[in-house]
Design a binder for this molecule. Structure first.
Ligand code: MG
Length: 131
């Protein structure tokens, strides 16, 4: 990820916030509708892949990212969850399950799979993240 990515991502976050505040369509929908929208985008990604249409793939992945983040903002609005906490949770989960990302040495597929499984099992025992 480079600075250009983060610049564009900031613009997207701004659009998301404005969508929550000013878009009549977004005001009228809920998380269930948003999930259906996201599901449609996944199907469109599958279609683009099946046609090997890379330009369309690029578009549809963007649509899914937008829908996923809009789902987050709608859930924040409707269920008073914290976007910050959602991001912090996933960062914590992936950091815990993929410690090799932060190691100097390379990790084999087998070792990574073993660690992932062990950490996931440990999390379940603690009653934390199940997925
Ligand atoms: Mg689309």
């Amino acid at each position: 990820m480079n600075n250009k990515f983060f610049d564009e991502f900031k613009k997207l976050c701004n659009i998301l916030q404005k969508s929550i505040e000013k878009c009549p369509w977004v005001k009228s929908i809920n998380t269930k509708i948003m999930l259906n929208e996201a599901s449609s985008e996944i199907k469109e990604i599958e279609e683009a892949l099946s046609k090997n249409d890379i330009d369309n793939l690029e578009e549809e992945i963007g649509d899914l990212i937008y829908d996923s983040l809009l789902l987050l903002k709608i859930a924040e609005r409707d269920y008073k969850i914290s976007s910050d906490k959602v991001i912090k949770r996933v960062v914590s989960k992936i950091s815990n399950r993929k410690p090799w990302l932060f190691w100097e040495k390379n990790t084999s597929y087998e070792e990574a799979a073993k660690i992932w499984k062990e950490r996931k099992t440990a999390e379940k025992k603690l009653g934390e993240n199940i997925d």
